[in-house]
Design a protein around this ligand. Structure first.
Ligand SMILES: NC(=O)c1ccc[n+]([C@@H]2O[C@H](COP(=O)([O-])OP(=O)(O)OC[C@H]3O[C@@H](n4cnc5c(N)ncnc54)[C@H](OP(=O)(O)O)[C@@H]3O)[C@@H](O)[C@H]2O)c1
Length: 334
């Protein structure tokens, strides 16, 4: 938790929609000042209105995170207008749903530049400011796919794996330097966000997150929690835990399982409309604010019991110890 007296200053990339949008809300609810980075004006203005309605202060910074100098300029504006950055959340992403054999080199380059290098540039801008103060927390928004890749999303899975490697490396350096700056990666399950309505796709039917699906407020709260605790990683919800651990034990079986199921599970039954637009190179929300939620509200879970357990280990241990003591006492009395 921030130790200075004023409100916390947080930067969220990808703040105009989805998980980033819900994360900006989570910080604003606690009175933070939030630097909002993304490209789409309508989404950014919507995020600003929400942050202010929760009592926070917002700074809208239209930024394409694929450009290091743009990210650096945005960080500078945040510090000038909101104050020293306490927390930097790297959330922005793009993907392409397509078999690798149909992908173009330009698509791989763009996904990597936004989803991986955007995270690197955000981390560099944050470190530049946090290291001299020996204070601050960087949170990478990851995915179970950072460990267990799935078919039809090779560029995105490659980027998430790369973020995981980059983050481990930076963390080791911070520990070597005895720095108090922290870096955490939160590995998400499937989330109900606008992503599936605007991601570039070559699939015949509309893309969907692989169920079970969680509402974006679930990762947003986990990201906020991660920004205020010292954990290497937070694995959010059982599906993510199962995928990450399962891949350590039965990776080849999972290759075959995903070859069988992974094509259908990433599509709905509805064919893609002829006028579908995608957000790979340009935002599609300039006229429309899509908010945090996607089209799957009715199928999405509002909480994760695994996350509650993971973040309340002490309580669980105490409850377990109490239970064991009670059982032992009862056994002695018999
Ligand atoms: N949804 C899931 O099922 C899921 C699962 C696991 C992990 N995640 C992770 O959650 C994070 C957010 O995903 P999401 O589902 O919320 O995606 P989303 O709904 O598509 O939102 C993506 C955000 O990134 C921004 N963005 C895209 N390209 C950008 C660029 N070049 N520069 C700056 N901002 C850019 C978008 O805004 P503009 O278009 O306005 O720029 C938007 O604010 C990602 O890191 C993703 O890997 C999501």
């Amino acid at each position: 938790m921030s130790t200075r007296s004023g409100p916390e200053v947080a930067v969220v990339t990808g703040a105009s929609a989805g998980v980033g949008r819900a994360t900006a809300q989570a910080f604003a609810k606690r009175g933070a000042r939030v630097g909002l980075l993304a490209r789409g004006r309508a989404g950014l203005e919507g995020a600003r209105t929400e942050v202010e309605s929760f009592g926070g202060k917002a700074l809208v910074l239209p930024t394409d995170v694929a450009y290091a100098e743009a990210v650096e300029a945005a960080a500078q504006r945040v510090e000038e207008e909101l104050g020293p950055i306490d927390v930097w959340v790297n959330d922005a992403m793009v993907s392409v749903f397509s078999p690798a054999k149909e992908m173009t080199p330009e698509e791989y380059k763009r996904v990597t530049e936004v989803s991986y290098l955007g995270t690197v540039y955000g981390t560099l801008a944050a470190l530049k400011r946090m290291l001299p103060r020996n204070k601050g927390h960087i949170v990478q928004v990851g995915s179970a796919l950072a460990y267990r890749a799935i078919p039809l999303q090779s560029a995105y899975c490659g980027s998430k794996h790369a973020i995981q490697g980059f983050t481990e490396s930076v963390r080791s350096e911070l520990i070597h330097d005895r720095s108090d700056v922290r870096i955490t990666m939160v590995q998400l399950p499937a989330v109900n966000t606008p992503q599936f309505g605007w991601v570039r796709s070559r699939l015949p039917n509309n893309p969907q997150p692989v169920p079970p699906i969680f509402q974006p407020e679930v990762p947003a709260e986990a990201i906020y929690w991660a920004a205020h605790h010292d954990r290497n990683e937070l694995w959010l919800a059982w599906p993510a835990v199962k995928a990450i651990l399962g891949n350590k034990v039965i990776p080849r079986e999972l290759d075959y399982y995903l070859a069988r199921t992974g094509f259908d599970s990433q599509q709905t039954d509805e064919p893609v409309g002829p006028d579908r637009k995608d957000n790979l190179f340009e935002p599609v929300d300039d006229a429309e604010d899509r908010g945090a939620h996607g089209a799957f509200d009715e199928r999405s879970l509002p909480k994760s019991y695994q996350w509650l357990a993971s973040t309340h280990r002490t309580w669980l241990a105490a409850a377990g110890a109490l239970g064991l003591t009670a059982a032992a006492y009862a056994a002695r009395k018999r």
